[in-house]
Design a protein around this ligand. Structure first.
Ligand SMILES: Nc1ncnc2c1ncn2[C@@H]1O[C@H](COP(=O)(O)OP(=O)(O)O)[C@@H](O)[C@H]1O
Ligand SMILES: CC(=O)OP(=O)(O)O
Ligand SMILES: [Mg+2]
Length: 402
């Protein structure tokens, strides 16, 4: 069975085509700048030359058509016809309280995803565009939705409630939901496997640090707390998102600067974080470059990012009354050895002993970066959200077929 996995962003669409017989990737790629003047499709077919096409792609429907065209292209394609795609799996960031697990797309699921637009304005509308575009271009092919929030539905009430009037929860479901659950779930399981210890016995802190970033306390294999909240804005400082701040800042700034709700949302989600403090970039590579050159704004951005991440790790060790393992994953977590070094060398009170040489090794495999004797084991585990989505899609589609 071939499964197409789609991760739709507001102006991008990432895809991977899997052959589930051996879970091999037939092709993967990315459409960027959807809706802008020139869109870019970058396609990587396994065993063939990578291609980049620039064209006008105004919406997700056209993006999907382009992806299907290149997947079946004589020269760059990996399948003969669209009919060889047996199912589609979509990443959806927000499942609210509706979805505790992945689900088949039907009218009811679509209604619920739409009802959650308000709670994830940057993410859910994009996912819905991806779903509609797939339905239009692959009619009759089963579609499955896999939610970032599902893994965190195990959080206890004391972790997910905000200390604000309960009526807001009753009326609007204002509470903490978390995100990146697919990744936190995957890397915590992989860590237990690597350590060769039962997941049920472990207290693990997983740090998913990419463009968006979140930390999760995983106890006995379930999420007991996570740093993202009602939306993916709470918690860590991120590429362009502020993370935690005094909520009183919001009405204060809105009043002083005469900002609308949309404007203040955009300020906190798109014009804050590393980008705002460094004044140059949201990309950790540029921040590290700047900091290494002694540039003061990049240095401050790096220090704030590291400090805030370290504080979350400390607080989740307290939340679980201990920690057996810390896991770093996603673009920054897997690659930024300097950030890991700074975080870990300032957590020696937990009994962490960094293996400085192991921390510098670059690899696509799970690896230990603490000493083998370190009281808390520290691992780097490359995440693979797409594979989890493909597996869930496979399982659910097999369920309906058999
Ligand atoms: N070598 C590196 N050193 C530091 N940061 C890196 C490196 N490579 C990638 N990154 C960071 O990873 C981020 C992207 O992470 P990723 O998990 O791919 O994000 P997303 O899936 O949210 O788009 C980039 O913004 C970049 O800052
Ligand atoms: C939820 C979220 O922040 O996702 P991403 O990291 O893909 O932006
Ligand atoms: Mg990501």
């Amino acid at each position: 069975m071939n499964i197409l996995v789609i991760n739709s962003g507001s102006s991008s669409l990432k895809y991977q085509l899997y052959n589930m017989t051996d879970e091999s990737v037939l092709a993967k790629g990315l459409v960027e700048r959807i809706g802008m003047d020139s869109s870019i499709l970058n396609h990587k077919p396994t065993g063939k030359q990578e291609v980049t096409e620039v064209s006008e792609i105004l919406e997700h429907n056209t993006a999907i058509r382009k992806v299907l065209a290149i997947l079946t292209d004589k020269e760059h394609g990996v399948i003969e016809s669209i009919k060889e795609i047996n199912a589609v799996g979509h990443r959806v960031v927000h499942g609210g309280e509706y979805f505790k697990a992945s689900a088949l797309v039907d009218a009811d699921a679509k209604t619920k995803i739409r009802q959650l637009f308000d709670l994830a304005p940057l993410h859910n509308p994009a996912a819905m565009m991806g779903i509609s575009a797939s339905e239009t271009n692959m009619p009759g092919v089963p579609q499955v939705v896999v939610f970032d929030t599902a893994f965190h539905q195990t959080m206890p009430e004391k972790a997910y409630m905000y200390a604000i009037p309960r009526v807001l929860y009753n009326k609007y479901k204002v509470r903490r939901y978390g995100a990146h659950g697919t990744s936190h779930d995957f890397v915590s399981k992989a860590a237990a496997e690597y350590l060769d210890r039962p997941l049920e016995d472990l207290k693990i802190i997983t740090c998913h640090i990419g463009n968006g970033a979140s930390v999760t306390a995983v106890q006995g294999g379930v999420s007991v707390d996570t740093s993202m909240g009602m939306t993916p804005l709470e918690g860590l400082m991120m590429g362009t998102r502020s993370g935690d701040l005094d909520p009183a800042v919001v009405p204060y700034v809105m009043n002083k600067e005469e900002l609308s709700v949309g404007e203040v949302n955009s300020m906190l989600n798109k014009h804050s974080g590393l980008l705002a403090i460094s004044g140059v970039s949201s990309d950790m590579r540029d921040i590290i470059d700047g900091a290494e050159k002694g540039e003061p704004n990049s240095t401050l951005a790096f220090e704030m990012y590291e400090y805030r991440l370290r504080k979350y790790i400390g607080s989740y060790a307290a939340a679980m009354n201990g920690v057996d393992a810390i896991v770093f994953t996603a673009g920054v977590g897997e690659n930024a050895s300097l950030l890991r070094e700074r975080v870990l060398n300032n957590l020696t009170f937990l009994g962490i002993e960094l293996d400085a040489e192991a921390n510098k090794v670059r690899s696509g495999d799970p690896r230990r970066i603490s000493t083998a004797d370190s009281k808390v084991q520290v691992l780097v585990v490359p995440t693979n959200e797409e594979l989890v989505i493909a597996r869930d899609t496979h399982r659910i589609v097999q369920g309906i077929n058999g």
